[in-house]
Design a protein around this ligand. Structure first.
Ligand code: CS2
Length: 482
C-alpha cells in the first residue's frame, strides 16, 4: 500500500515551502496532535512563516515514519462515536540529532527561526524532579558542559543554538516548553542558564538578559499510536501512514505572553495568551494528570489495561472524585475556570472508549511525575492541616508499582529512570514491604527532604502499600464505591 505523501494527500491550503519559523524538539505523538495542529490551523488561516522543523533527540524512529511521507501525517480525532481524519502539513521534516548534531544546531541558528518548542518529556530536561536543578551528574549533561561541539542533551542543544545565534549577531529564539512540568518556562530557563554558565558565563548573561522562556499549559490526550490504529486508518483512508496519531476533540494551550522576537498569532486559532500560567498549570497537573497517574498505577495493578476500562471498574470513578476533592481544595480562584465543570468534562474525557489509552503508558516515568501530580498537592494540604488519604493511596500505588508484578500475577518492566534504584532497594530488602517503602520514600530527588522526615506521612504511605499488597488493589479501590 502506498505511503502518505505530498501527491496523495488532499493538499493543505497553504504553501508548505514557506519558511520554518519554529524548530521543535521531540516530534512525538503529543506534539503532532497538539502544537503541530495549532500551527497547521494558523497557516490555514493565512499566517505565513510558521512551518516547523522537527527534531528527535534520541531515536530515528519518528524521522523514519515521517520523512518518507514528506512530513505529512493524519490526525484522527475520536469522540467515541465517530472518527474524523485530518492531514496535517505543518511539519517540514524531522532531523535525528544523534546522527547529525551539527544539522540541528544549524537549524536552531537559522535567522528565520524565532521560536523553539519542546515536548521532550519530563526527563528530557535533565533536571532533578523535586528541586528543578540541572543534574550535573548526568553523563550527557557533563559531556555537554565540557564540550558543546556535538551536543547530547536538550539543554545542550538549546545553548549551542543560542551560542551560534549570538556569534552571528542574531536575536535569541524564544524557548517554549510544552511539557507537564510546573513552571515549565522557569525550569527550562534555569536548566539552560546553568548549562550556559558552564560553557561561557557571558553567553549566560546574554541569554538571561535577552532570552524568553514563557511557561505554558498544554492539554490534549494523545495515547501512543498502536499498530491497529495504523491498520484501521489504512483501511479507511486508502494509504499507509506510519506517523498517524489519534486524539480526542478537546484541546487547550495557555501560553505566558513573553516572547523574545515575533509572537505567532496563535490567539487566532484558540490559544490563550496570559501573564500568569501558574493557575492553569496547577489545575491541569493536579486534576487531570494527578487523576491520570492514580488511575494508571491503581488501575494497572488491578489488571485494567486502559483508562476507560479502569474508570468503569468498581470504585475507580469515586477514587478519581476523591482525588479531585483533595486536589481541588489546593487551587486558588482562576478566571474562566469552573472546577465542577472542568471535572465533569474530565470524567467524560477519561471515559472515551475510542482512545484506548493504556494505563501502562501513563505509568511510565512516575519518579519524574510524582512531585507535580501528587506531592506538591500533599504539601499544600499538610501546610493547611488537611488530610490527604486518596493522594497518599496514589503515592502508595506508585511504590507498589515498583515491585514489577501486578495483582493478577503478571510481570512487567518498570519504565522509569529510577527503576534501577527502586529495583535495588527491593532486592536488598528481599521484597519486605515496609523497609522497601521507607527507603523509597528517602529518595530526595522525588520526595525532597521534608516529606521523608514527616513521620506521619511515612507511616501512612507504608500502611497503604502494605494494604495494597495484602488486600489487593482492586479490593481497596472498590471500597471507594461505598
Ligand atoms: C498523561 C499525559 O502520560 C501521561 O502522563 O497523564 O500525557 C496526559 O494525557 C496529557 O497531559 C493530557 O493533556
Amino acid at each position: 500500500m502506498t505511503r502518505l505523501n505530498n501527491s496523495l494527500a488532499p493538499p493543505p491550503v497553504y504553501d508548505r515551502g514557506q519558511p520554518c519559523g519554529v524548530v521543535h524538539l521531540g516530534t512525538g505523538a503529543f506534539h503532532r496532535a497538539h502544537q503541530a495542529a495549532y500551527f497547521d490551523a494558523l497557516m490555514a488561516a493565512g499566517e505565513a512563516g510558521w512551518m516547523i522543523q522537527g527534531a528527535s533527540l534520541r531515536s530515528p524512529r519518528v524521522a523514519e515514519q515521517m520523512n518518507p511521507q514528506d512530513g505529512l501525517f493524519t490526525m484522527v480525532v475520536r469522540d467515541g462515536v465517530e472518527d474524523r481524519e485530518q492531514v496535517i502539513g505543518s511539519i517540514k521534516s524531522v532531523l535525528v540529532a544523534p546522527e547529525d548534531p551539527a544539522a540541528l544546531v544549524a537549524a536552531l541558528a537559522d535567522p528565520v527561526v524565532s521560536l523553539v518548542t519542546l515536548t521532550i518529556t519530563e526527563k528530557g530536561y535533565c533536571i532533578d524532579p523535586a528541586s528543578g536543578a540541572l543534574r550535573t551528574e548526568d553523563p550527557g549533561v557533563r559531556a555537554d558542559m565540557a564540550d558543546l561541539s556535538a551536543p547530547r542533551t536538550a539543554p545542550g542543544f538549546l545553548v549551542a543554538g543560542l551560542q551560534a545565534r549570538r556569534a552571528a549577531g542574531l536575536a535569541p529564539f524564544t524557548v517554549l516548553s510544552c511539557d507537564n512540568l510546573p513552571h515549565n518556562g522557569a525550569r527550562t530557563r534555569e536548566a539552560v542558564l546553568a548549562m550556559a554558565r558552564a560553557v561561557d558565563p557571558e553567553l549566560a548573561d546574554w541569554i538571561a538578559e535577552h532570552g524568553a522562556f514563557p511557561s505554558s499549559m498544554v492539554d490534549r490526550i494523545v495515547p501512543a499510536t498502536l499498530a491497529e490504529d495504523v491498520d484501521a486508518l489504512e483501511a479507511s483512508a486508502g494509504y499507509r501512514d506510519e506517523a498517524t496519531v489519534k486524539t480526542e476533540p478537546f484541546t487547550q494551550w495557555v501560553v505566558e505572553d513573553w516572547f523574545a522576537g515575533p509572537r505567532p498569532p496563535l490567539e487566532r486559532v484558540g490559544v490563550q495568551f496570559t501573564t500568569d500560567v501558574a493557575g492553569w498549570e496547577n489545575a491541569k497537573l493536579r486534576l487531570l494528570n494527578g487523576a491520570h497517574s492514580a488511575l494508571a498505577y491503581l488501575g494497572a495493578l488491578a489488571g485494567h489495561p486502559f483508562v476507560h476500562v479502569a474508570m468503569a471498574a468498581p470504585g475507580y470513578r469515586e477514587l478519581v472524585q476523591a482525588i479531585w476533592e483533595e486536589a481541588g481544595a489546593t487551587l486558588g480562584p482562576l478566571e474562566g475556570f469552573d472546577r465542577a465543570e472542568y471535572c465533569a468534562a474530565l470524567t467524560a474525557r477519561f471515559n472515551n472508549p475510542a482512545l484506548q489509552h493504556k494505563t501502562h503508558q501513563i505509568a511510565m516515568d512516575g519518579s519524574q511525575k510524582l512531585p507535580q501530580r501528587f506531592l506538591n498537592t500533599i504539601r499544600v494540604r499538610r501546610a493547611a492541616g488537611l488530610a490527604h488519604p486518596t493522594l497518599s493511596l496514589a503515592v502508595a500505588g506508585w511504590i507498589r508499582w515498583q515491585f514489577a508484578r501486578d495483582d493478577t500475577g503478571e510481570t512487567y518492566t518498570v519504565d522509569d529512570p529510577l527503576a534501577g534504584v527502586t529495583g535495588a532497594i527491593i532486592a536488598r530488602h528481599k521484597g519486605a514491604v515496609r523497609p522497601v517503602t521507607e527507603d523509597i520514600l528517602r529518595l530526595e530527588q522525588v520526595f525532597g527532604t521534608d516529606l521523608p522526615s514527616a513521620a506521619h506521612f511515612v507511616a501512612e504511605i507504608s500502611g497503604l502499600v502494605e494494604a495494597l499488597v495484602r488486600r489487593g488493589t482492586g479490593n481497596l479501590v472498590a471500597a471507594f464505591a461505598r
